[in-house]
Design a protein around this ligand. Sequence first.
Ligand SMILES: Nc1ncnc2c1ncn2[C@@H]1O[C@H](COP(=O)(O)OP(=O)(O)O)[C@@H](O)[C@H]1O
Ligand SMILES: O=C(CO)[C@@H](O)[C@H](O)COP(=O)(O)O
Length: 498
Amino acid sequence: MKYVIGVDLGTSAVKTVLVDPQGKVAFEHSESYPLSRPQPNWSEQNPEDWVKGTLVSLRRLIEVSGIDPSQVDGLSFSGQMHGLVLVDKEGQVLRPAILWNDTRTTAQCRRIEKTLGAKLIEVARNRALEGFTLPKILWVQENEPEVLSQAYQFLLPKDYVRLRLTGDYAMDYSDAAGTLLLDVGSKTWSAEIAEAFELPLSLCPRLVESFEQTGTLLSDIAEASGLLSSTKVFAGGADNACGALGAGVLGEGRTMCSIGTSGVVLSYESNKDLNLEGKVHFFNHGEKDAYYIMGVTLAAGHSLTWFKETFAADKSFDELLSGVASIPAGSGGLLFTPYIVGERTPHPDANIRGSFIGMDSGHTLTHFTRSVLEGITFSLRESIEIVRDSGKEITEIIAIGGGAKNEAWLQMQADIFNASIVKLESEQGPAMGAAMLAAYGSGWFTSLSACAEAFIRPADVYKPDPKQAAIYDGLFNLYQEVYDQTRELNNKLAAYRQ
Ligand SMILES: Nc1ncnc2c1ncn2[C@@H]1O[C@H](COP(=O)(O)OP(=O)(O)O)[C@@H](O)[C@H]1O
Ligand SMILES: O=C(CO)[C@@H](O)[C@H](O)COP(=O)(O)O
C-alpha cells in the first residue's frame, strides 16, 4: 500500500496524518507546543518548537504505523496563516514568530490605510487587519529596525518548517494572500505595496502553487523523522485553504464552517474580480486560479477552551458539554460575545472584549457553557450573513474543526445558521487538505476535485429545526446589538488591561 502524509501546523499543535489512496487515515499523531503572550495583545511562538514537534510527530507516525518509509510517496503542509517568521541569509530565525492572533499592530494598520488608500483593496483585496503579516513587518521596522535590517526573507509558519525540512525557500499563493503584500488577482508580489513601505521585494520568497513540489527531505531530517531523503515535499497551503480542500469546498456554492482556535466561514469563489470591499477576506485557494471568501471569529474554539480552563478545568470537553442539549435555546436569557482577544469579522476591532449579558442567580455552569457555544455560533452567523448578502445561497455547510466533534453544537449550528450541517466521515480538517495536496502532487489523481471525490465522504446531516431557527433569529438580533453597546465601555477599560 502507498501513502501520503499531511502535516497541519496548527496554533496549539502540529498534527500529522498518514493517508491511503481511498482517503482513509491509517494513523495520526499530534504534538502540542506552547504559545507565549509576553505583553497584552502579543502572541508569539518559537519556530524551533514547530520543527521539533513536526519531526517527533512524523517519527511517531512511521514507528506506530509500522510501514516501510518507501511506501510514503510524498508529504505536504497546512499552516496557521499570517504569522511572521524573519530569517537571515543562513536561515536563522531573527526573533520569535508573531502570530495571526497577535493584535499589537493597530497603529501599523492605520499607517497602511493612510499610505495606500483604495489601492489596498484593489491590489491586496483585503483590509489592513492586525492579524495579517504586513502590519507585523512594519511593527518590526518601527520597533526593532536592527532585526529587519538583518532579514533575508520573511516566511509564514509552515514555509519555515518546510525550509528546515528541505532547505528550500518558497511560499504558496494561498498563504501569500494573507500577507497584504500579494497582488491577489495577478498572483505576483506587489512592488507597489512593498515600495510604499520601503521594503525590498527580495524580502518576499519565491511563489509557488500549493501542489507544486518544492524539494525532498534533507538527509539529517530524513534520519530524524524516519522517512527517506527521496520523499517528495509539496508546498502546501494556508490552513483555511487546506480545510476547504479537506471539506471538498471546490466549486461554486460550497461553504464550510471551521471551529478551531479561530472560527471561519469560508465559501468558494471563482470570480477573481469579486469585490466585497474587504467586509470578508478574499484569498487565493489551494486549487489553481480559484479563490475563496472568508469571515473570521478570532476566538471561536479558543473562547470555549478559555471558559473550560478558567471555570471547569477538571472537566473534559465532552463532560463540560454533556448537559447543554437539555438547556433551551437562549441559555435562560444569557448572551455571550466571544471577543476575548478582540474581533475580526464583522468588527475589525482589537480593543473590543467579550461579555456575558443577562446573568441570573438561577444560571448554572451548563447555562454558561451553552451560552458560550451560542455566542461563538452567532459570531459565525454574522460572517454567513455577509456571504449571503453577496448573493450566495447557503443552504448546506460542511462542519470541520474541533467544534464539529459535538452533536449538540452541530445541531445548534444548523438552527442558528438555518442551513443543513454536514459532518464528514473522517473529520481531519486542514490535515486532510494537506494530504490531498501531496496525493494530487504525487500524481495519484488528475485534479484536486477527483481527489476530493475519492477521499471525502459525508457521515451525518443535521437539519435546521424551524422552531429553534425562529427563536435564534430573535436572539441573533439581540446578539448583534451587544457590539455597539459595549464598544465604548471596552475602549475605556483597555487602560486597565495589564
Ligand atoms: N469534544 C469537543 N467538543 C467540542 N469542541 C471541542 C472538543 N474538543 C475540542 N473542541 C474545541 O476545538 C478547538 C480545537 O480545534 P482544532 O480544530 O483542533 O483547532 P486548531 O487547529 O486551531 O488547534 C478547541 O479550542 C476546543 O474549543
Ligand atoms: O488568522 C486566521 C485566518 O485568517 C486563522 O484561521 C489562522 O489561520 C489560524 O487558525 P486555527 O489555528 O484556528 O486553525
